[in-house]
Design a protein around this ligand. Structure first.
Ligand SMILES: CC(C)(COP(=O)(O)OP(=O)(O)OC[C@H]1O[C@@H](n2cnc3c(N)ncnc32)[C@H](O)[C@@H]1OP(=O)(O)O)[C@@H](O)C(=O)NCCC(=O)NCCS
Length: 156
């Protein structure tokens, strides 16, 4: 049921001073089929890079989803989009992408890219629904397990 508009669900960009790398990791580790692709330390390191951003979704103050990415004008890239298991299929990832596109429009970004495992059917269906089209394949891009990535692109 897509009832997020009736709940106290809020979206906001994470401030650079907020230290929630462990929570990002734990959410990611629970949600990804093969566990978190990033360690706590990698989340910590990326938090310090100025052209990276984290858009987080909170329900009654609890972190339930996030989208991370980078902005290098005129393009942007999504690195991760992760929703806590119990909140999947409620339109939250779709809302995160729509909110991200609004932010990117304000920053004069024209194109948005991402890579995803070829086997990640839920994510590929999500991205196609949100207007992304396949533009390439990166052979054996992922490890643990090794797998190709499909590159997707959307106009912003
Ligand atoms: C992929 C993921 C982010 C989707 O989040 P979500 O909030 O459940 O997605 P939404 O509810 O917005 O779904 C939008 C559409 O995506 C598709 N979709 C999402 N999950 C799906 C699933 N398990 N099976 C089939 N289609 C799915 C559907 O078309 C859905 O629309 P519908 O519900 O009207 O049919 C979530 O499953 C997740 O966190 N997965 C683990 C992390 C991951 O793989 N991230 C992507 C790689 S970076």
């Amino acid at each position: 049921m897509k009832d997020s508009n009736q709940r106290n669900l809020t979206f906001r960009l994470l401030g650079s001073e907020e230290t929630i790398s462990r929570r990002l990791y734990e959410l990611s580790n629970e949600s990804f089929e093969h566990g978190s692709p990033w360690t706590v330390e990698q989340f910590e390191e990326t938090r310090a890079i100025s052209h990276l951003f984290y858009l987080i979704a909170e329900l009654e103050g609890e972190l339930i989803a996030f989208l991370s990415g980078s902005i290098v004008k005129p393009e942007a890239e999504i690195y991760n989009i992760v929703v806590r298991n119990q909140y999947k299929r409620q339109g939250i990832a779709s809302e995160l992408i729509a909110e991200t596109k609004k932010i990117l429009q304000e920053n004069e970004i024209t194109d948005l890219f991402l890579e995803v495992r070829v086997s990640n059917r839920p994510a590929i269906l999500l991205y196609k629904k949100m207007g992304f089209i396949p533009v390439g394949v990166r052979k054996q891009y992922y490890s643990n397990p090794q797998e190709d990535a499909v590159v997707l692109k959307s106009a912003v």
